[in-house]
Design a protein. Structure first.
Length: 123
């Protein structure tokens, strides 16, 4: 690939993914966004598909099964064209590990789970 085309694709991925993340941030609960989407890095864009780096295989499967359509819709909005999504397990897992740790703190404080219901209290 000529250097000019490679530079254009790099600029595109640097523009498209942050715009997509901004849109997702407005659509999702902050805890969900920070856990699943903030750690994702876009590593490649070839004009038709984007490669998103995730922390591990579980994240890849979870995102595919639960959020692939939403990611594709947000990418379409950010780029103005349909973009296929590919996932790749990245080597830098520190950002996602930090997000997982924060999610655990929220659960322990009671913000990440359903409210407790006491069956003896009147409703």
């Amino acid at each position: 690939m000529p250097a000019a085309n490679k530079s254009l694709m790099l600029q595109s991925v640097e523009r498209i993914w942050p715009s997509t993340q901004d849109l997702l941030r407005t659509m999702l609960n902050a805890d969900i966004y920070n856990l699943w989407f903030a750690p994702i890095q876009a590593s490649r864009f070839d004009g038709e598909s984007i490669t998103l780096e995730v922390a591990n295989d579980f994240c890849e499967v979870w995102l595919k099964d639960n959020y692939l359509g939403l990611i594709q819709d947000a990418l379409m909005h950010a780029s103005g064209q349909p973009i296929k999504v590919k996932f790749k397990v990245g080597t830098d897992q520190s950002r996602h590990a930090a997000a997982i740790g924060e999610a655990g703190k929220l659960r322990r404080r009671g913000r990440g789970s359903l409210p407790q219901v006491n069956a003896n209290e009147p409703r």
